[in-house]
Design a protein around this ligand. Structure first.
Ligand SMILES: Nc1ncnc2c1ncn2[C@@H]1O[C@H](COP(=O)(O)OP(=O)(O)O)[C@@H](O)[C@H]1O
Ligand SMILES: [Mg+2]
Length: 322
């Protein structure tokens, strides 16, 4: 799982150390024995070095973040995987939950279908504790709750259950401090599973494409959300629209961006994720983009999205006054 190689310079930068400090670390016996130096560091080296050098960032209180759009192909999976991986790469403890029975996020992380033993289905329906269902990755800071086709029937199975909308929220409540971020990749549908995810979420990320169909879809999504917040008495802490697949050379993309800026100024992220072919390569290669091709536009944009979110003050809901 997580099939990546870090170049020396990038490895040091990701750890937040100089190349000289890296050379010193390479000589520590416990790190030297891992065989990463001089230039074949993988995800597991990143975790081992970080932990030996005590370079973890300050622990944060849990944020539960959901990537959702009712439309398919907007980049929910690409962005949620890259975002979750980037957070873990800089040392935060992250759980990525694949909510989609198509299991694209699971595959993106290089987890073969045959190796998936438990999914969210077991947690929601059979009450298997979440920590027994998660899979570890080569990056010690990143765990995954994978998906498979068995999840297709989760909505049906939830239907007759008591507290059926709140099951995921409860399961996450039981995690007690293991993670700083839970990142969820939703399927493009609206049923009980996504309702569970919304109720379990603090923050909602909505990836949108720069075209006008997506723009109208957004209006519908916001109407649905407004209704839900009222009916379920759950207020999202923040909603972040992320413009994805942006190509500034096309007029339609520029117009869509300016329409978003006009109509959703308080929700639109500063970061726009540009069109970048490495995303396709990343999703098929079991390697998140920031590790696979750290210098490409897409990786830069994902890093800047992560920085923007971790640095941003929270503006919506009750947490404000806390
Ligand atoms: N910024 C981007 N630039 C280029 N291709 C992208 C970008 N974001 C996503 N893609 C590609 O678009 C397709 C759909 O993305 P995906 O994340 O699977 O969408 P969703 O999960 O919303 O259905 C994938 O083939 C992916 O590689
Ligand atoms: Mg997807």
């Amino acid at each position: 799982v997580v099939n990546v190689r870090y170049r020396r310079q990038h490895f040091a930068r990701t750890l937040g150390i100089t190349q000289r400090q890296l050379a010193e670390a390479d000589r520590r016996p416990e790190l030297a024995s891992l065989g990463g130096a001089p230039d074949s560091y993988g995800a597991r080296h990143l975790s081992a070095y970080r932990s030996a050098l005590k370079r973890h960032p300050h622990r944060r209180p849990l944020s539960r973040q959901l990537f959702l759009n009712l439309k398919g192909g907007t980049g929910k999976t690409c962005l949620s995987v890259a975002y979750a991986y980037r957070l873990a790469e800089i040392g935060h403890r992250v759980l990525l939950i694949d909510l989609d029975s198509q299991a694209h996020a699971t595959q993106h992380l290089g987890l073969p279908e045959g190796e998936v033993e438990r999914t969210l289905y077991d947690v929601l329906i059979d009450k298997v504790p979440l920590e027994h269902a998660v899979a570890r990755t080569a990056l010690a800071e990143l765990d995954v709750l994978p998906a498979n086709l068995g999840m297709t029937t989760v909505d049906l199975s939830l239907m007759p259950m008591a507290g059926r909308e709140y099951r995921l929220r409860r399961a996450l409540d039981d995690l007690a401090g293991a993670y700083e971020f839970v990142v969820m990749d939703a399927p493009p549908s609206f049923g009980l599973l996504n309702l569970n995810a919304l109720i379990a979420a603090d923050d909602l990320f909505v990836p949108v494409l720069p075209d006008f169909l997506s723009f109208h879809g957004l209006k519908l999504l916001f109407e649905t959300l407004g209704q839900l917040e009222e009916d379920l008495d759950h207020t999202l802490r923040r909603i972040v629209i992320v413009l994805n697949h942006y190509n500034p050379t096309t007029r339609i993309a520029r117009e869509a961006r300016s329409a978003l800026r006009t109509h959703y100024p308080e929700f639109l992220s500063q970061t726009t994720v540009r069109q970048c072919t490495e995303f396709a390569q990343a999703s098929s290669g079991g390697a998140p983009i920031t590790a696979l091709a750290p210098h490409c536009r897409g990786a830069k944009d994902v890093r800047s999205l992560v920085d923007e979110i971790i640095d941003a003050p929270i503006e919506r809901g009750e947490e404000q006054s806390a």
